[in-house]
Design a protein around this ligand. Structure first.
Ligand code: G1P
Length: 291
């Protein structure tokens, strides 16, 4: 099977939970330590073998695209001043990686945002990374390993893969929650090991009582291209939005989908409280590494 080299990163959200920080700066560009949050997400994708990154946004998000572009004027200025090392560090994106942006048009939900990338993705299978969630990049290379594991698993058995992690009772309502085909071996999975399980379906943002498990969708997916067919026919549901979760449920009933249990830690950079905690963690790690 062909390698997965395309990834979609939806960046169209208004970031209302991050106001006032996100009023004039896209939430994806808010700092985690010394880099914008989306920098780590793109690095994670590249480390897992992704070569083409498709951002799905709108007019107010063009600063994100600019972040991944070469600023020729700044580059010339820095080199003129003998700051070649700094200039080189800004051009970190590998030459064989492209970052492009496509606009969503109407803001009709996450499923609609992923579908908006179809003109660039074409017939390829692809990954989706939600930029609100940043996997811990300091914990060896575990964060990249999660996506690489999912891509390998997909290449082996052809089942789309969704990354999940167990969350606390009080956080269940914030996520898509997985219902596994067979839960008997989940507790056998030791820390630090990825494992893949069949899934019956997902419930988007359930109450604790309705939740079929505490395994929450973390925001990393590897999809067979067929997901586009389902997204094209998905109607608005929870929150009046076209939900990715609904299209996944349709994909499950026809082809089967697996979940991968996450290794390492993830940080929610789309919620003020957890963003602030994440910022402190990232800054501490980077200050310690500088010493
Ligand atoms: C989205 C997904 C949800 C997932 C979450 C992860 O929700 O719909 O299934 O658990 O991302 O962050 P959102 O946070 O965009 O409302």
């Amino acid at each position: 099977m062909k390698k997965i080299t395309y990834a979609v990163i939806p960046v169209a959200g208004f970031g209302t939970r991050m106001l006032p920080l996100s009023k004039s700066v896209p939430k994806e560009l808010l700092p985690l330590g010394n880099r914008p949050a989306i920098h780590y997400v793109v690095e994670e994708a590249i480390a897992a073998g992704i070569k083409h990154i498709v951002l799905v946004g709108h007019a107010q998000k063009s600063a994100i695209e600019n972040y991944f572009d070469i600023n020729a004027e700044l580059d010339t200025q820095l080199r003129h001043k003998g700051k070649d090392e700094l200039a080189d560090s800004l051009n970190w994106l590998p030459d064989d990686v492209t970052v492009s942006m496509i606009r969503q048009g109407k803001a009709l939900g996450l499923g609609h945002a992923v579908l908006a990338a179809q003109p660039i993705i074409g017939e390829h299978n692809f990954a989706v990374l939600l930029p609100d969630v940043v996997l811990d990049p300091f914990n060896t290379d575990m964060s990249a390993d999660n996506l690489a594991f999912m891509i390998n698993a997909f290449n082996e058995d052809g089942h789309s893969q969704i990354l999940v992690d167990e969350v606390a009772d009080e956080d269940v309502y914030k996520y898509g929650i997985a219902k596994l085909t067979d839960t008997s071996h989940v507790n056998d999975v030791s820390d630090g090991i990825n494992a893949s399980f069949g899934v019956v379906g997902f419930v988007e943002k359930p109450s604790l009582e309705e939740a079929p498990s505490k395994l929450a969708v973390v925001g990393r997916y590897v999809f067979d291209n067929k997901i586009f067919d389902y997204l094209a026919h998905t109607k608005a549901s929870v929150g009046g939005e076209i939900q990715l979760t609904d299209a996944i449920d349709a994909l499950i009933s026809k082809y089967g989908v697996n979940v991968t249990i996450m290794r390492g830690d993830s940080y929610d950079a789309g919620d003020m409280r957890s963003y602030m905690q994440a910022f402190v963690y990232f800054a501490q790690q980077q200050l310690a590494n500088d010493e």
